[in-house]
Design a protein around this ligand. Structure first.
Ligand SMILES: Nc1nc2c(ncn2[C@@H]2O[C@H](COP(=O)(O)OP(=O)(O)OP(=O)(O)O)[C@@H](O)[C@H]2O)c(=O)[nH]1
Ligand SMILES: [Mg+2]
Length: 288
């Protein structure tokens, strides 16, 4: 989609040497159809409106896109204050990529030399714990699991207790998915947060919302609900490999002003990148 837009802009300058209203409208519709959202689309269109060459137009678009995304750059600080275990909770709907992402984060932390523990807080399905255990084995990180149908907040408490006793640097807590519209999930997540605060009032230090980047507008709706009901400190956007759907990132940043901690670009343990505006925009404009 973005590639198509840059091609249309170059065609326009070849033909008319200017951008007429029809082309600007087409560009606007392309951006909206790519889930870029009204606010970011308007900002980008305003910048390309008065350009007089293809190179100028594409440069203006690139610069504005980077300017919009730059405030969202932010990595996950693995250290908690007062030398306590840093506790990071991952939340999100069914299939968003929580378990995969938490395993990728664990590998990065382990590779930084940090004592890392994973907690299988998705006690909803037996297969969920098994999935995380198998990730733990392959990346060499300890996984704490509960019995099937165990209470996820007791598991979170136990895992936190063990992490503190073992003086772990970081505890990563996976949670169950289900639909964001189901109130019981929200209640369960709120309880996990309360229980984590019992042994360290500042825990969880981060609550990351995992969003599937291919779901477009739906990702916006999910973010709205999780931010309101649970409180979110950062976002991870998954499945940004091999898809033209990366536009929703602009809308997320414009609306919620939360840091994007990582982007997922594949299914392997290594395919998790820190989010940088310039690299992201270059990928959108060059490869999609
Ligand atoms: N291509 C691609 N696939 C991904 C990425 N992240 C996750 N997946 C895939 O998405 C599917 C769901 O991932 P999970 O990590 O199990 O998702 P989840 O949020 O834990 O799902 P539930 O536990 O059911 O709520 C799996 O097939 C993953 O391999 C990514 O960045 N790129
Ligand atoms: Mg999972």
């Amino acid at each position: 989609m973005f590639k198509f837009l840059t091609e249309r802009l170059s065609d326009a300058f070849k033909l008319n040497k200017k951008l007429d209203l029809a082309l600007l409208e087409e560009a606007e519709n392309l951006l909206l159809a790519s889930d870029v959202g009204f606010s970011a689309t308007e900002k980008i269109i305003r910048k390309i409106k008065n350009t007089t060459s293809k190179d100028q137009a594409i440069k203006a678009m690139r610069t504005e896109m980077i300017r919009i995304l730059a405030p969202a750059e932010g990595s996950l600080d693995p250290r908690a204050e007062e030398e306590k275990t840093k506790v990071v909770l991952l939340v999100g709907v069914n299939g968003a990529g929580k378990t995969t992402t938490i395993s990728k984060i664990a590998l990065q932390m382990k590779n930084k030399g940090l004592a890392t523990i994973l907690a299988a807080g998705d006690t909803f399905r037996a297969a969920a714990s098994e999935q995380l255990e198998s990730w733990g084995k392959s990346i060499g990180v300890q996984v704490i699991t509960a019995k099937e149908n165990g209470d996820p907040s007791s598991l979170a408490y136990e895992a936190h207790n063990r992490a503190l006793r073992e003086k772990a640097d970081i505890l990563l807590v996976d949670t169950a998915g289900r639909l964001h519209t189901q109130p019981d999930l929200m209640a369960e997540l709120a309880k996990i947060k309360r229980v984590l605060a019992k042994q360290d009032v500042s825990a969880p230090h981060e609550t990351l919302l995992v969003l599937d980047g291919t779901t477009g507008q739906n990702a916006i709706n999910q973010a709205q609900i999780f931010i309101e009901k649970i409180g979110i400190t950062g976002i991870v956007i998954t499945k940004l490999d091999g898809t033209a759907k990366g536009g929703v990132v602009f809308d997320l940043v414009e609306r919620f002003k939360l840091p994007i901690k990582y982007i997922g670009v594949g299914e392997s343990a290594e395919s998790l990148l820190e989010f940088t505006a310039e690299r992201y925009v270059n990928t959108l404009l060059n490869e999609f």
